[in-house]
Design a protein around this ligand. Sequence first.
Ligand SMILES: CCCCCCCCCC(=O)SCCNC(=O)CCNC(=O)[C@H](O)C(C)(C)COP(=O)(O)OP(=O)(O)OC[C@H]1O[C@@H](n2cnc3c(N)ncnc32)[C@H](O)[C@@H]1OP(=O)(O)O
Length: 129
Amino acid sequence: MRPAHQGAPGLAHGGVLATALDETLGSLNWLLRTIAVTGRLETDFRRPVPVGSVLHLEAEVTAVAGRKIYSTATGRLGGPEGPVAVRADALFVEVKVDHFIDNGRPEEIRVAMNDPDQIRRARAFEVNP
Ligand SMILES: CCCCCCCCCC(=O)SCCNC(=O)CCNC(=O)[C@H](O)C(C)(C)COP(=O)(O)OP(=O)(O)OC[C@H]1O[C@@H](n2cnc3c(N)ncnc32)[C@H](O)[C@@H]1OP(=O)(O)O
């Protein structure tokens, strides 16, 4: 956690922690080779996370039902054996790539689609920087 992630003095902002959980959970969809968006993200903040601390994040898929992917993530202070600071349960919903083409701002979609580097093109859709 860096100073830019601060909310209350010296502590990480809850929205930043939720973003970190969402990104970790979203990475699972790459492993499933499925394009999916967050439909629901339920977050528990169990301990304050100090600026300067390391948050160890892990996530797993718990179930897949049709287009619905259920997953859970845990963030521990300091490392994999540290105390649980945050956790989240999520539902991702599988979408076609058209979801982004139809709903995204045309300028960014055009730049991404015109990139001849296929890996960079796919990554352009991956995260909100
Ligand atoms: C190559 C590209 C790679 C791209 C990777 C991109 C990763 C980006 C990650 C993100 O930034 S996600 C950003 C935040 N999320 C969104 O913007 C999603 C906005 N929501 C939507 O677009 C739609 O609501 C959504 C696609 C999630 C669902 O709409 P649909 O019309 O496609 O499906 P539908 O509403 O029929 O829901 C499908 C199933 O999911 C269930 N569902 C959807 N949203 C739910 C919800 N919030 N809570 C509980 N259940 C939900 C819904 O009940 C239904 O269940 P059943 O199949 O059992 O009937």
